[in-house]
Every structure is written in structure tokens, then in C-alpha cells.
Design a protein around this ligand. Structure first.
Ligand code: BGC
Length: 498
């Protein structure tokens, strides 16, 4: 059996060739099925796969600027000027998703490809044309497009105004969202406003690890988060008031979080970690009372006072904003990769403000957790089930999509470790679904193809397909894990692995 899977995978070359689906007969007796309406998909993001960074009128974004002016910040000194060139070869990606018998393809739109300066005053029709072709191809392949409006790539001209720390960005984003609904809303039924604000606000504004590398720690990340929550809510309300009646789509947001454990069963500490992580963005949108988690409000305020301020570094919402943001999502998109144990730190010392100082926890990796090629990613399958249960309890059982879950290696076609990771996580998810512990609607693998992994450049691979980066044609080749996911998506069962 194993050998036949291997032959089939190694024989597959480009995306147009469907990997043979092999169902393990040992599963026939099992009645553990994902429900018929459970959706499977795969994900990419514009900057990581499109290339064509300055073609056909696209304007520069903060990642173009960051990789061009600071190549030393990228492990292999690379950038995504061309990357997997999905601007030209997008059909290969769509076919790859289709070959796996999936239901949807999660893509993102590059804001500066359709609004080169970020501003509605200057629409790039060539950019609109590209996304029309891509969305039409997805639909023609009988897949559903799930579209993220913002996946880390702010138009560079908006960064000149302070980017996501300037509240003017709320109006720019609203106009951009309006354009997307207007031009693509007839075909796109799943919208995601922002991907992982906690990550891009801390790494890009609170630190200098990611673009735009502002490093205004302790202040920048919270300003960014505040404006993103408002921009998200405004875009959601706009859809409901002006487009929902006609198009009947859904608008959500994607948040990333680990689940947290405590060796001493200290639920207070686990809750602190969850609230500073998922709660930062989920609480204002999904909790019955709205607003930031109380633990964040009080901790950041008391640290701010200790630092000599008369104001909190965490901005506050007016009642009107709390109202606008509360309930502003039809689903919660969850990106889950890994988990951590947590321990409380002693009282923070000094006056240097930061998110780390505010959260004030020590994160522990267990030696038995299997490491990936990424220094932060260890396989902790139990965490995906526990975080889904936590969401159900905390936010009154909202609709959830896993919008990313995946494993990194160095590009092996025979990627048994990825298969093991996916298998073990899917088993946990299936437990949760079958016991009704989450209102989970679908599961998305990150990613359909190997691509530009931000500061890790091309050194870490997450794809179900590898891409020949030394050939201008960028041929896609199915890995063994593509076959595994095709089996899951087509049979709604999880095949046994050795
Ligand atoms: C991001 C992706 C990224 C993946 C793996 C997610 O946090 O949304 O863009 O490639 O993690 O690091």
C-alpha cells in the first residue's frame, strides 16, 4: 500500500495531473466521517506566491520595501519579486486545489495591486482583471473562493502616513473593502478582512522582525490592533448594509493562536495567555460584552502607570465603537499551528514597555514535542481540539473555520512528517466535530504550494506541492501529503498511517 502511494506521488509532476486517491481499506469498518457539509480547502497569500511585484501597475507594499531595503533580515536574503509566479501560473494552483478534491481555495488580494497607493482615487484596472481571472478560474473549477483582504501587505504609501498606527487607515480600508465587494462580491461568498492582526501588529509595529519594522514596542502594536479592529468592523458593517441583501455572503476575520497549558493546572495563567493571544482580537468581536479582555485592560494600565504615564498604552474604545465591533463577524477564522506551556514570571522590572512585558509569561516547549523546520513550530495536535473547545465556551459557540494549519520541512516530496502532523490534527478536529464541541464548518491546509516564508525566505516549506524555483515555468509537483489530503477531502475520512 505504502509503496503504491509512493509511486503515484513520485510519478506526479505538475498540478494538472491529479494524484491517485488511495483509500486505506482498513478504514472501511470505521464510521468516523466528517459530515457531508464539512468543507476542505487550501490556502495561499498574495505576497508569498504572486510575484510580479511591479508589473501591470502594481504599487509597492511594505514587504517589497522591507525585503529590498533589508535583505539581511531574510535568512536567505531573498524576496518575493517573482516567487512562485502565481501571477502568471495561478491556474496551476487552482488545479492543484481541485486535484485534491477540495471545496474551496483561500487566496488573498494584494491591496496595492488594485489600489497602487492604497487610495481609492487611483484604481488599477489591470489588477482587478487579474483577480477577476483568478476568481473565475476558481469558480470554473467548482471551487469556492475564500478571499482575505489583508495578509500582511500594506501599500507602502499608506505606511508613509504611519500605516496601521494612524486611524486614517480605517477610511482607506473601508474604501478598499467597498471596491472589493463591488467588483467581486457577485462571486465571492466568504470574505476575511484581516489575517492574523496579533502577529503583524506585534512583529511589524511592536518589533522590527516583520515589515514595516517600526519597533514602537509597547505602543505601536496596540495602536495597530485598535485601528485594525475598527477597520474590520467598518468593513463588516458596510457589507451588511450595502451588499448582504444582494449577495448573501459572509464576512469574518482570521486570528492565530496557540493553546496554552500549565503543568500545575493554573487556570488563571492559562486564561491570561489565551486572553492576551486570541482574546485581544476575539473578545471585542465575539464576546457578549465586547471590548478588550479585562486582564489586558488592567495589566497594561497598571504597567503604564508604573512607567510614569497617566494614560494606558492600550487605547480604549468609546461605547459606540464597542457596539460597532461587537458581533461584527459571521465566522471566526482560526490559524492553529502549535501550543505552549506557560508559567508566570515575577513582577515585571524596569520601565521599557512591550507586549512581552505586559503578558509577563514564560513559554515552555516540551521535549517530547516533535520539531519542524521552523524554530517555533512543534506538533501539539491536542491543542487544536482544546482551542476549539475554549472558543465554544468563551464566545458562545460561533461559526469557526480553521483557515490555516500546516507543517514545515525542507521540501521533501516524501513528506511523512507533514502527513503525520495533518493526520494527528485532523483526528483531534474530527473528535471535536463528532462530539459537537465546536461549530466548525471547514478546515484549510497551509499551504497548497511551497512559497516565500516571510523572514525565512525559501528555506522552510509548507506546501502540499513543491515548486521548481530554478525553472522559469515554476512547475508544481505533488508531494505525498497531497495524496493524503486528497483522500481526506474526497472520502471525508482520515486514512490510517503507519
Ligand atoms: C501566516 C502565513 C505563514 C504561515 C507559516 C501564518 O501565520 O498566515 O502567511 O506562511 O503562518 O508561518
Amino acid at each position: 500500500m505504502l509503496k503504491s502511494i509512493l509511486i503515484c506521488i513520485l510519478g506526479a509532476t505538475i498540478a494538472t495531473k491529479a494524484p491517485e486517491v488511495v483509500v486505506d481499506s482498513r478504514q472501511n469498518a470505521s464510521d468516523r466521517f466528517f459530515p457531508g457539509d464539512f468543507l476542505f480547502g487550501a490556502s495561499t497569500a498574495a505576497y508569498q506566491i504572486e510575484g510580479a511585484w511591479n508589473l501591470d501597475g502594481k504599487g509597492p507594499n511594505i514587504w517589497d520595501e522591507f525585503t529590498h531595503s533589508h535583505p539581511e533580515k531574510i535568512v536567505d536574503h531573498e524576496n518575493a519579486d517573482v516567487t512562485t509566479n502565481s501571477y502568471e501560473f495561478y491556474l496551476d494552483d487552482v488545479e492543484a486545489v481541485k486535484n485534491l478534491s477540495m471545496n474551496f481555495y483561500r487566496i488573498s488580494i494584494a491591496w496595492s495591486r488594485i489600489l497602487p497607493t492604497g487610495d481609492i482615487a487611483n484604481i488599477n484596472e489591470k489588477g482587478i482583471e487579474y483577480y477577476n481571472k483568478l476568481i473565475d478560474a476558481i469558480i470554473n473549477h467548482k471551487l469556492e473562493p475564500m478571499v482575505t483582504m489583508y495578509h500582511y501587505d500594506l501599500p507602502q504609501d499608506l505606511q508613509k502616513l504611519g500605516g496601521l498606527t494612524n486611524s486614517i487607515v480605517i477610511s482607506y480600508f473601508e474604501a478598499y473593502a467597498n471596491l472589493l465587494y463591488d467588483r467581486f462580491g457577485d462571486r465571492v461568498k466568504y470574505w476575511i478582512t484581516f489575517n492574523e492582526p496579533g502577529d503583524f501588529c506585534t512583529a511589524g509595529y511592536g518589533a522590527d522582525q516583520h515589515a514595516p519594522a517600526v519597533n514602537a514596542h509597547g505602543v505601536g502594536e496596540y495602536l495597530c490592533g485598535h485601528n485594525v479592529l475598527k477597520a474590520h468592523a467598518v468593513a463588516y458593517r458596510l457589507y451588511r448594509s450595502s451588499y448582504y441583501e444582494q449577495y448573501k455572503g459572509q464576512v469574518g476575520i482570521t486570528l492565530s493562536s496557540r493553546f496554552f497549558y500549565s503543568d500545575s493546572n493554573d487556570t488563571h495563567t492559562v486564561d491570561r495567555a489565551m486572553q492576551f493571544s486570541l482574546g485581544w482580537f476575539a473578545n471585542p468581536i465575539f464576546s457578549p460584552a465586547g471590548n478588550y479582555p479585562a486582564i489586558m485592560i488592567t495589566s497594561i494600565a497598571s504597567n503604564s502607570i508604573r512607567e510614569g504615564r497617566s494614560w494606558s498604552r492600550l487605547p480604549s474604545f468609546t461605547d459606540k465603537w464597542i457596539e460597532t465591533i461587537r458581533g461584527s463577524a459571521d465566522f471566526l477564522g482560526l490559524n492553529y499551528y502549535t501550543s505552549r506551556y506557560v508559567e508566570v514570571n515575577p513582577e515585571p522590572k524596569g520601565t521599557n514597555p512591550s507586549y512581552e512585558r505586559d503578558i509577563n509569561l514564560k513559554f515552555v516547549i516540551k521535549p517530547e514535542w516533535k520539531p519542524s523546520a521552523s524554530n517555533w513550530l512543534y506538533s501539539v495536535p491536542k491543542g487544536i481540539g482544546d482551542i476549539l473547545r475554549w472558543i465554544k465556551e468563551e464566545y458562545n459557540n460561533p461559526e469557526v473555520f480553521i483557515t490555516e494549519n500546516g507543517w514545515s520541512d525542507h521540501g521533501e516530496l516524501d513528506d511523512d512528517d507533514r502527513i503525520a502532523y495533518l493526520h494527528d490534527h485532523l483526528e483531534q478536529i474530527l473528535d471535536v466535530v463528532l462530539s459537537d464541541e465546536s461549530n466548525l464548518k471547514g478546515y484549510t491546509v497551509w499551504s497548497i504550494i511551497d512559497n516565500f516564508e516571510w523572514t525565512q525566505g525559501y528555506t522552510e516549506k509548507f506546501g502540499l506541492y513543491s515548486v521548481n524555483m530554478s525553472s522559469p515555468r515554476r512547475e508544481r509537483t505533488a508531494k505525498k501529503s497531497a495524496n493524503f489530503m486528497a483522500t481526506v477531502a474526497s472520502t471525508h475520512r482520515i486514512p490510517e498511517i503507519n
